[in-house]
Each structure stands twice: as structure tokens, then as C-alpha cells.
Design a protein around this ligand. Sequence first.
Ligand code: F0G
Length: 327
Amino acid sequence: LGVIPLGERFRDQLPLGDVGLVTLGEGSTPLLASPRLSERLGAEVWLKWEGANPTGSFKDRGMTVAVSRALADGAGAVVCASTGNTAASAAAYAARAGLAALILQPAGAVARGKIAQALATGARLVEIQGSFDETLSVASALAEQGTHVLVNSLNPLRLEGQKTAAFELVAELNGPPDVVALPYGGGGNACAYGQGFREAGAGLPNFVLGEAAVRAETAASAIRIGRPAHEKAATALVEASGGAVVPLSDAEILAAWRDLAHGEGLFCEPSSAAGVAALFRRPPPAGSRVVCIITGHGLKDPDAVARESTDVRSLPPDPKLVAEAVR
Ligand code: F0G
């Protein structure tokens, strides 16, 4: 049984009409029990593993919808500004659709695996000598000239696709969780979950959003965003849901990232652990049902691991020596 693409599974709830799908098999990601986090937090904790999407992040949920529509509407090219995951996703779906992709990225600020993904799938990559916020302004200005369709989350079709993750949670848990925790970069994904839970008609969980305390300089490069594009809507959602925005140090984000990897065997990229880190600071009610959205795969950022642990011995092929060395 293969993955049913989310554009097919949820077509009736998406603004797709009967357009042909540009799909790589996105959505229907695993919801994993998290015994060690559950014990530590005194709650029933689940991990929604979005790294299992085709390009390794939740961006694919929105990209299948945005690119399917762009192709159907006769576009020739897409453009985005990105800290890397939107880029990898846009490049792959554009290639699948036979469209050109122009990727703008803040210079020196994107993880290696993500750059490799965009280049491998044939995107045109340009480094902008500035912040993510400045890069996004350039992408928006180019899109306004009409040559490229913008596939950042300012394109509402992206959030339409991303809202399907909330539908999946409601279906699997027979209702919304009590708490949902996720990283807060530009805020588009939080808003998409809000939209999804509202449309599912089953009530809102408390939204707990983990953001970098020093947004513009965090080591968690995926969420290195000075001014969140969806700040107003994300703040309103957090308030309406009785949740919180939790500013986090890099040490807190990296500690949660290590806990997920060592304790649960889940290797995500550092930014993806920000929701978990936020829960350590603002524990959920005892016994409540909690879902942490783990947004992107660890393989995207091998340098994050290299910065941590380099304890690898090199030995000759001699069992005695190896046994001694690992004793
Ligand atoms: N987690 C990961 C792995 C991300 O790549 C992003 C955003 C977020 C969380 C935050 O999501 O912006 O909707 O609040 N990445 C964007 C990009 C900025 O360009 O790939 P948000």
C-alpha cells in the first residue's frame, strides 16, 4: 500500500478543483509514540514526523498544492526565498512539473544538505548578501513582475496544503490533541495548523511555539528569521488557543535536538526540535495529549552533527585492537 498523495486524500478540502497533481507522495507521515518524552513531561507525547515527506520537510505539503496550481494556471517558473527547506521542496516539485525554479538564499546561512537538494534537482540558486528578511523582499518583488510564481508561505496555497497535517492528526487521534508544539520561524506553519484544526471543526489545541530568542543569529538556521511574515496571525492564534510563544536559547534548542536523537532515535535538524524545547520550558498539563511537530530531517544539516561529536577512532582491521579500543 503506497502513500496516497495529500492532494488526492484531501482534494475536497483543498482549492484544487480537478487540476492534475504534481506529487512526489507527500503527507500521511508517521505519528510516533514518544515514551521517554512522555515520562519526562508527565503527558502523552506524540511526534509527528514530517521529515518523512519526500524532500525531508513539511514544506512538501504546501508545495504540491502551490506547484500543481501554478502549472495548471500556465506558469513557466517559480521563485522563493528560503533558509533551505522551501528551496529544496520548490526545486523538486518544479522539476517534477517541468517548471524552472529560482531560489534566493541568504548568503552563508543555509545548511549543506538543502543546497545539495536544490542543485541536484536543477534549480537556479542565487545567494543574496543580506538577511532572510531582505531575501524574501527580493523574491516578492521579482514575483510581482509576473515572470515567476512566488511559492513562499505568503502564497496562501502553501498554507492550504500544510493544513492537511492537522486533518491527519484529528483522524488518527479521533480528535485534536490538547497541545500542539512546533517551531516558529515565519509562523506560516503554525497558521496552517490553526486553519486545519478550525476547518476540521473539532476545536483548537493549545499552540506552543518555540522561537529562537535571538532570531536573526540563531544556530538553528531554518528559523533564522528576524521578522516573521505571519507574526500577527500567529500571535492571534496563540492567544485564541491559550498557548504561548516561548523564546529559546540555542543551548535549549540543541539539548532538545539531542534528546530526540538519543532518547527516541529520531534524527531531525536542530530547528525541528524547537517545539520540544518549548515544552521543557512550559510543561503541558499532567496527563494531557501532546503532539510535537518534528519539521525536517537531520540529514539536511550534517554539519550540525559534526559540531557536536567527533569521537570516531580509526583502527587497523584487527579484532583484538578494536575490542581493546571499545572496552
Ligand atoms: N522547521 C523547519 C525545518 C523549517 O525549515 C522552517 C521554515 C520552520 C520550522 C518554521 O516554519 O516559517 O512556517 O514558522 N523554513 C523556511 C524555509 C523559512 O525557507 O525553508 P515557519
